[in-house]
Write a protein that binds this ligand. Structure first.
Ligand code: URA
Length: 264
């Protein structure tokens, strides 16, 4: 194959695999430090314990401490938004185009929490505006909710992970204090946790979404007198890939509708 066509083919493959952005002007030789440093002796003990599947304790993540301080000073959603916009403790901000804070009605009774902005959200600065967002809007409309009136949509992360990769525990831990404060300031009657990342981050549980979906969990939120009921459900982008799961998602939506009706 002609070398230009071969290079184009390789680039198309990278994009198909999700590596759709070049980051940094200079190449980084990630093997250089490993080559330079002497190899440590092998550990004398048995293998380390498995790493937790959920966010590491936030105290050990540098960005998390300043996120907690900043979040605590916000007394309104507008103040929280400017605190998030001014926060530099999450490395994703450096590669993102926009901060994606939230979209929805300030007095909303339903708070929807997804994972992280994708390419469309990063470009427009609003959560859930791409294909999965359009599905989410249709799902909410089916039970009488929308972002103009009674639903409020945000994510665990305010910046897009490059190439839509999975967020790291440190990135989640750096954003989480803002998410909790977000809940305390919005005071929703129910939370819809979309997908495994949002669910694991908020519950601090290691089980996957397949095990947790369809279940309610009381979220203890600092600043609120009573726990907020939160439902674990599939992420709309999973439903786009696996439409046969929509019947379970529909059951979740009906449960959400009935919980909110009881809460009025
Ligand atoms: N997926 C998410 O989790 N959030 C968005 O905002 C968009 C897609």
């Amino acid at each position: 194959m002609d070398p230009i066509e071969a290079t184009k083919e390789l680039l198309r493959w990278y994009v198909a695999m999700g590596a759709d952005e070049a980051i940094g002007e200079q190449p980084i030789d990630r093997l250089a430090p490993a080559r330079a440093a002497p190899r440590p002796p092998p550990p004398a003990v048995s293998p380390p314990p498995p790493s937790p599947a959920i966010a590491a304790p936030i105290a050990v993540v540098p960005g998390a401490a300043s996120a907690r301080r900043l979040a605590a000073t916000a007394t309104s959603l507008a103040e929280l938004e400017s605190a998030v916009r001014g926060f530099d403790g999450c490395a994703l901000k450096r590669t993102a185009t926009n901060t994606v804070f939230a979209d929805g009605a300030a007095g909303a009774v339903l708070m929807v929490i997804g994972e992280a902005p994708g390419a469309d959200e990063d470009r427009l600065g609003r959560p859930f505006v791409g294909r999965s967002g359009q599905l989410l809007d249709r799902m909410l409309a089916a039970i009488g909710y929308d972002r103009q009136q009674n639903a409020y949509i945000t994510n665990i992360l305010f910046w897009r992970p490059p190439g839509n990769r999975k967020p790291t525990n440190d990135e989640i831990a750096a954003c989480l204090p803002f998410v909790w404060r977000h809940m305390a300031l919005l005071r929703p009657k129910a939370v819809m946790m979309c997908g495994g990342t949002a669910t694991a981050a908020l519950l601090g549980r290691a089980e996957g979404i397949m095990r947790l979906r369809g279940r309610w969990f009381p979220l203890e939120v600092e600043g609120l007198d009573s726990p907020v009921p939160a439902l674990a459900t599939y992420h709309p982008s999973f439903l786009l890939r696996s439409p046969s799961r929509k019947n379970e998602a529909w059951r979740d939506l009906l449960a959400l509708q009935s919980k909110l009706k009881d809460a009025q």
